[in-house]
Design a protein around this ligand. Structure first.
Ligand code: GDP
Ligand code: MN
Length: 345
């Protein structure tokens, strides 16, 4: 009898479609971080936080890009922390340098004016590398060879933190719900850094034959354009947390608009941030229902935090943030405005 039982069990084992236990099949997606070698210890803290809150479970890859070469020390320490595969790449110099059409004297004069602004210089007024970074994140990151094989990315910066568990696969959530872009915090941009951005943007759309997008009720133009005067309301998705479909950035429309904007050299003559540039373009080319505001993701990029308000949620997701510090209700948050648009949809 004992022998029969063993044979029976073995036959069952062969029969059982659940055997061998299937490995988790992740989405075709990766984390993505742009950083310097000097960001090593901040990014290690962040990677461990993302493991603890999300990635130990799903083991997504992580792509690291840098304008310089990553050191062996950086790669060694980062590799052992990332739960999935870690890849390290250098940015081609043509994606991180002044275009030939930039007039150096004009650029330097404008930079000096911004630094000497009698009402105070805006952040990074004097930084050349910040300007390269903003242009790279607006028009080139998705062209890097290490990102080519993926469909979705989740951007992370050194020093950011998830403040609650994300106990579902956020990439699959995006895909299953047909979202192309997701964000946590949105806010108003410093107008001193983008004096000519919107006019250049408007003219770019006109010259591309895309001006109808500026007042299309089907896209997110209402998120960025003030209906009272047709001007930019300065709202943008904060780009340090974003989860998105790379195919949107690879699209003809995105690149046409970026290239047209870039011709004016506003990234250097002014100090256009990647967040307002990308928010303007995405708001034109994505139709309503494609952008998701993740209000339940606890998240900190100093100095701001998004913290879910509901106590039950904070208990079941082990949140560590103080709900009183939540950014959502601050006057320069654009989240209420975004929710209002979604309700009309
Ligand atoms: P902020 O969030 O606007 O204050 O700007 P950050 O200093 O956080 O920069 C945004 C992102 O670009 C972060 O992921 C930085 O690590 C990265 N970054 C900024 N400047 C440079 C740079 O000169 N080189 C590299 N490799 N990364 C940079
Ligand atoms: Mn940052």
């Amino acid at each position: 009898l004992f022998l029969i039982r063993i044979i029976f069990c073995f036959a069952q084992f062969l029969d059982d479609p659940q055997q061998p236990i299937e490995q988790y099949k992740p989405a075709n997606a990766t984390f993505y971080t742009l950083c310097r070698n000097s960001d090593l210890y901040d990014i290690l803290e962040t990677i461990n936080n993302y493991n603890n809150r999300f990635n130990s479970e799903y083991r997504y890859d992580w792509v690291f890009l840098n304008d310089q070469q990553f050191t062996d020390e950086f790669k060694k320490l980062v590799k052992v922390s990332v739960a999935g595969h870690a890849y390290f790449g250098q940015i081609p110099s043509q994606h991180w340098s002044l275009p030939n059409s930039v007039d150096h004297d004009t650029m330097k004069e404008n930079m000096q004016k911004m630094i000497n602004d009698p009402d105070g210089a805006p952040p990074y007024a004097d930084s050349m590398s910040y300007r390269h970074m903003c242009r790279f994140e607006s028009g080139f990151f998705f062209k890097h060879e290490l990102l080519q094989k993926y469909d979705y990315f989740w951007r992370v910066e050194p020093g950011v933190k998830l403040r609650c568990d994300v106990n579902y696969d956020l990439f699959k959530y995006m895909i299953d719900n047909k979202y192309d872009h997701g964000f946590t915090i949105s806010m108003l941009e410093y107008s001193k850094t983008i004096p000519s951005l919107f006019e250049t943007f408007r003219k770019s759309l006109v010259s591309l034959g895309l001006s109808k997008l500026l007042s299309d009720s089907r896209n997110y133009s209402g998120f960025v354009i003030d209906p009272k005067n047709g001007q930019y309301n300065h709202c943008h998705f904060w780009t340090n947390f974003e989860i998105g479909n790379l195919n949107v950035f690879r699209s003809k429309e995105y690149n046409q608009i970026f290239n047209e904007l870039d011709k004016s050299n506003g990234f250097y003559y002014e100090r256009w941030g990647d967040a307002p540039v990308r928010s303007l373009i995405l708001s034109m080319i994505l139709v309503k229902g494609k952008i998701k505001r993740f209000d339940e993701i606890g998240y900190t990029h100093p100095p701001y935090t998004q913290c879910p308000q509901e106590e039950g949620f904070r208990v079941s997701n082990r949140c560590s943030c103080n709900p009183d510090t939540d950014f959502t209700s601050k006057w320069f948050s654009c989240s209420g405005h975004f929710d209002g648009l979604e309700q009309q949809h």
